[in-house]
Ligand binder design. Structure first.
Ligand SMILES: Cc1cc2nc3c(=O)[nH]c(=O)nc-3n(C[C@H](O)[C@H](O)[C@H](O)COP(=O)(O)OP(=O)(O)OC[C@H]3O[C@@H](n4cnc5c(N)ncnc54)[C@H](O)[C@@H]3O)c2cc1C
Length: 398
């Protein structure tokens, strides 16, 4: 039987997180140190200091590295609470891409690499980015189309290629680069991950991409590697196992995105309920009109189901299961549900919904891209169906 009781220490941590978000983070949401490419590092650092003071920094990272060492179930509760403000995950150092990168380093990096990169990342002293996606005809939904190459030399490797949508690139110290190290990409082998100092002059920024959302520090960039020299010490894990490590990073990272965006959806829903229970039209509160009442109920159901998806998948991951199917289903459901909830909240608010009088308009822009990154909905649905077909092979059911 699955026990959904939240342990006392997590319940207490949730209360501390909620208080921090309400008393400290939300009042800073209109801070001027933000633009179309995200909050500035100075704002992030100030928030990190405040989170650190009350013991909320780096909840996902092991205690050995100065984090809180939460398991996935603990993260489910705390990340949702932090996601109630778009600045919350930045403040607590549990935002993408750093949170996923720290998870990857904790599992795959060697001792020296952890000292060099994980330690300062966990202390929020530096930031990182993850370079996988490439412009056409390179890797996108299909990662096996990887074009960036790392060629063997006597002293190490030379990397050449182009990437885009590299979140957090501006100002990041570490760049985790995925490159092809074999002619053939087969059965998840043929690519390797490299840990590279992002200030290397052979990493060239082509442009910062303008996107509809703006909650990630460092924006999203199109970049080029031009004869980038790296040594064997910079290989993460083993040569050729880059795709395997990408899975180590992506399955939990997908779920932590779901957790944070669930918190954001809850905020939009709360704002909608608050408005619907005060605003009158045609002689009664708008929330008492059937058409709108059903919308509020549907959002409540979407939020409840998202939480169940997250808790169950987190529980499986905590047991060491890969939970690929569950993480795909969670990603599809939670990303689409969060979008529905925010869309309905906007409708509930009438004209005010499209203005910046509330955070709902911003959340509408922030949540939409989640249906694309970390695997578009269609790709996950396709993967789920492929597994269904495979499991049915050799069976005949009437
Ligand atoms: C805000 C944001 C941040 C990102 N951050 C990063 C980052 O930090 N690092 C990084 O490496 N990448 C990042 N990405 C890239 C992201 O992972 C890719 O956009 C995503 O994997 C899709 O790849 P693509 O854009 O090349 O789409 P394409 O591969 O061109 O696919 C386009 C569309 O084709 C459809 N499609 C594809 N395959 C199938 C299929 N099998 N069945 C049905 N339909 C299909 C889908 O609708 C898909 O949306 C980010 C993207 C965004 C939007």
């Amino acid at each position: 039987m699955i026990d959904f009781t939240i342990p006392d220490e997590i319940e207490k941590l949730k209360e501390t997180t909620q208080k921090f978000i309400f008393d400290t983070v939300i009042p800073m949401e209109k801070d001027q140190r933000q633009d179309n490419h995200g909050p500035h590092d100075t704002l992030r650092k100030e928030l990190n200091e405040k989170a650190k003071k009350i013991g909320l920094l780096s909840p996902s990272v092991g205690k050995k590295w100065g984090g809180l060492g939460l398991d996935m179930r603990g993260m489910s509760v705390i990340f949702e609470a932090s996601g109630y403000s778009l600045l919350g995950p930045q403040a607590m150092n549990c935002s993408a891409p750093d949170e996923g990168n720290m998870h990857l380093l904790e599992i795959v990096a060697n001792k020296d690499q952890k000292e060099e990169w994980l330690k300062p990342l966990a202390a929020a002293k530096i930031r990182s980015c993850f370079s996988m996606t490439e412009p056409s005809p390179g890797a996108g939904s299909d990662p096996s189309m990887l074009q960036t190459t790392a060629m063997r030399t006597k002293k190490g490797w030379i990397i050449n290629g182009e990437k885009w949508f590299i979140t957090g690139f501006n100002g990041a110290k570490l760049n985790i680069i995925m490159a092809r190290t074999s002619e053939k990409i087969e059965k998840g082998t043929g690519a390797t991950m490299f840990l590279v100092n992002n200030t290397d002059p052979a990493i060239i920024k082509l442009r910062t991409q303008n996107s509809m959302e703006s909650s990630f520090v460092g924006g999203h960039c199109q970049i080029q590697f031009k004869d980038l020299k790296v040594s064997d010490d910079q290989v993460l894990g083993k040569v050729g196992l880059g795709y395997k490590y990408a899975q180590v990073r992506l399955a939990p990272a997908r779920l932590t995105h779901c957790m944070r965006w669930l918190g954001a959806a809850q905020r939009a829903h709360d704002i909608a309920i608050s408005y619907a229970s005060k605003r009158y039209a045609f002689g009664k509160k708008i929330g008492n009109h059937g058409g709108l009442a059903f919308q509020l109920s549907d959002s409540e159901i979407d939020i409840y189901l998202s939480r169940l998806f997250i808790y169950n998948t987190a529980w499986l991951l905590d047991q060491g299961k890969e939970a690929r199917n569950e993480s795909s289903m969670s990603k599809v459901f939670c990303s689409e549900a969060a979008f529905r909830v925010v869309d309905k909240a906007m409708q509930t608010l009438g004209g005010m919904g499209v203005t910046d009088d509330t955070v709902v308009e911003r959340l509408f822009r922030e949540i939409r891209p989640f249906r694309i990154y970390d695997g578009p909905s269609e790709v996950h649905r396709w993967a789920i169906a492929k597994r269904l077909m495979k499991n049915m092979e050799g069976k005949n059911i009437f």
